[in-house]
Design a protein around this ligand. Sequence first.
Ligand SMILES: [Zn+2]
Length: 171
Amino acid sequence: MTIDKNKVDHWNRILSIGYELKVTPGRGDGVFSTKSFSIGDIVMVGVIEKTLTANHSHASQVSASLHVQHAGLISKVNHSCNPSCGISVNASGAHDFIAFRDIEQGEEITFDYAMRNYSIDYFPDPCLCGEVTCRVHVNGWKGLSIEKRDEYEGFVAPYLLQMSDKISLAT
Ligand SMILES: [Zn+2]
């Protein structure tokens, strides 16, 4: 699936409200808030630009077998083991980024890749997020502790929960 380039540009203009691309200290590009958000607010609206035939470093996993590329800056949002945002699936099937906690103006917008990907094939090891609670080796939802899965409840891609159910039923 591909969508019209003008439509992507149109969405990009809308999507740029509330955040901007900046250079992080030591971790390349990052997306930063330009206003404050409260927990549960939609921070970035997801638009699927195209479906992909395979996983790659900017892919988003949206089901057990499907990877897509989101339009705009969503693919530039960095991972954190202590993220400011989580995932919510919108009506188009794309991933919106939702404030996982209150976010101040100027804070980096981050999410935990494990909120979106069952396994992670493309990721610098060790993790560079710098958080006290850094997991060091980030290997997706399948590698998350039960405690972390509970903490992220309501902020992860729903297919991950279905995969967990299948696996726990199978074992
Ligand atoms: Zn980390």
